[in-house]
Design a protein. Structure first.
Length: 455
């Protein structure tokens, strides 16, 4: 990891912030990286800029540590604590990497160019342009799956980006304050204080868990008159939540949720979303209406518009609607000199940060080998092999679950000790010492003073 690089030493500072970036060397090939998430950053940390001119294009000028995003929706952790400016990453060790805060709107694999568009509100004279590449690394992630259902984008909150966490936080506190408004009708109070989460994957489960902690630890103290009316419901279409975990941990999670009075509706599929209620179909095919105050939508991923556009351009080779097809070397099928990593691909692995990180690291090693081969030195390029390090999830009340590979099998553990392990794993995986310091500080702050209940 980049790890313990502190702020303070002038030498380190000047290396991280060279007065000006070196111009690109015309003798080197140019690699453009699309994205500043897990896959892109893992690649950028390892790519050798002595071999290539490297340029990054992303609408987000920071890296986001997504595993702790659910904690930000309730103020256990502050948003800035899990963000790292992309320029810290690109300039680290005097690396010569250019960054453009912009969205890639089109990729033309034939002319080997990308079109980019400035995303800032304040635009200069030029806000759209086309850039050529020698190699392209597509790491644009995925977007929220809505199945095209009307009402989801209008009324539900997602949980993927910084602004989603802010939005959830605002909506939650709006619901609570409106429920406490003078002469509010009892059925309206019940609706406003009903928080519904759709999707029992890890995102939905972790959000429900954080919300429970916030209600129990803080809202009940500050809003005692509303305390017994708060309700959380998790709706999942499959027979259980967290299907990727062992059955033992699924049962443990469902038992913990029951103790925490989180209602879990399995075999229940959301069919319609309106402003104040959702309609679901239960296991017996009955349609039931569920009024809600806050609706959080966490039903997984689907390809971004850019990915779909690229797939349409090379449709003979791209036959899956679920993401870019790549070979074992991360090469995009049907597009020369183009690679893809992370959630934008459709591969046999789950779309996780763990997979994206390993793919980014692997791809940097492929580029290293390509550079050596070009110099006439023989270098074997081996296919990508994923090494699963285990799955972890927070389930509330200071408990976490973990499925970990052990010898040739797997061990499943859950409880408070696993929560301590969960915290230590995430802290050690954070990008910088600064991030670690801030997150530990936030944990201590919320323990000592409670979470901030202001909007
Ligand atoms: P991302 O990290 O999403 O990055 C995509 C990047 O592309 C972003 O910088 C985005 O701004 C940029 N981009 C988007 N469109 C364009 C465009 N048109 N042009 C250029 N750039 C673009 N995984 C785990 O392994 N463990 C966990 O505990 C875990 N927890 C999670 C918790 C939450 C709440 C969520 C939402 C996900 C979690 N995941 C976890 C999954 C993990 O975050 C993703 O698998 C991971 O982010 C994928 O990395 P990526 O680089 O493919 O995409
Ligand atoms: P997911 O795909 O894992 O789960 C979505 C769930 O929504 C599924 O169980 C699906 O059956 C359900 N669903 C879909 N449509 C529905 C409907 N109409 N009504 C009711 N339920 C419906 O999605 P996610 O939880 O957003 O996770 C996305 C990816 O990120 C996954 O690969 C996951 O492993 C990863 N992730 C990992 C962690 C972690 O490791 N702790 C945390 C968050 C996300």
């Amino acid at each position: 990891t980049v790890g313990a690089i502190g702020y303070g030493s002038y030498e380190i500072y000047s290396k991280r912030h060279p007065l000006e970036q070196q111009p690109f060397d015309p003798k080197k090939r140019t690699v453009i990286v699309l994205g500043s998430g897990w896959g892109a950053v893992s690649f950028l940390k390892s790519i050798n800029t002595d071999d290539y001119n490297v340029m990054v294009v992303s609408p987000r000028n920071y890296f986001l540590f997504t595993p702790l995003l659910p904690s930000c929706t309730v103020g256990t952790i502050e948003l800035r604590s899990i963000m790292e400016p992309i320029r810290f990453i690109t300039r680290h060790k005097s690396r010569n990497v250019k960054f453009y805060e912009s969205e890639c709107t089109d990729i033309d694999p034939e002319s080997k160019t990308i079109s980019i568009s400035d995303v800032s509100d304040i635009k200069g004279a030029v806000s759209n342009t086309t850039i050529p590449y020698d190699y392209l690394v597509v790491a644009v992630g995925a977007e929220n799956q809505t199945f095209g259902m009307a009402g989801v984008r209008e009324y539900a909150c997602f949980l993927k980006e910084i602004w989603d966490a802010q939005n959830i936080r605002t909506r939650l506190m709006d619901c609570v304050e409106s429920a406490g408004f003078a002469s509010q009708a009892p059925e309206e109070v019940d609706r406003l204080l009903h928080m519904v989460v759709v999707g029992g994957g890890p995102t939905g489960v972790e959000y429900a868990a954080e919300l429970h902690d916030f209600l129990k630890d803080d809202l009940e103290t500050w809003y005692p008159e509303l305390a017994d009316k708060f309700r959380i419901t998790l709706v999942e279409a499959l027979p259980s939540v967290l299907p990727m975990f062992s059955s033992q941990l699924i049962q443990y999670t469902e038992k913990t949720f029951k103790q925490n009075k989180i209602e879990v509706l399995t075999k229940t599929m959301v069919k319609e979303v309106a402003e104040k209620e959702i309609k679901v179909m239960d296991a017996n095919k009955n349609m039931i209406s569920i009024p809600y105050g806050l609706l959080v939508w966490a039903t997984g991923n689907c390809p971004r518009a850019l990915t779909r556009k690229l797939m349409a351009r090379i449709k003979n080779a791209q036959t899956s609607p679920r993401g870019l097809l790549v070979d074992d070397y991360m090469r995009v099928s049907g597009a020369p000199d183009m690679y893809a990593i992370g959630d934008c691909t459709f591969s046999k692995y789950a779309p996780t940060a763990q997979v994206a990180t390993q793919q980014g690291l692997y791809l940097a090693s492929v580029f290293e080998s390509l550079a050596r081969i070009e110099e006439g030195k023989s270098k074997k390029i081996t296919p990508f092999e994923y090494s699963h390090q285990g799955s972890l999830a927070y389930i509330g009340s200071d408990k976490a679950i973990a499925d970990l590979p052990f010898l040739n099998g797997n061990i499943s553990v859950g409880g408070v000790a696993t929560y301590v392990f969960w915290r230590s794993v995430y802290i050690s995986n954070m990008f910088s010492f600064r991030n670690r310091f801030l997150v530990v500080g936030d944990w201590m702050k919320s323990k000592v003073f409670g979470r901030d209940v202001s909007r």
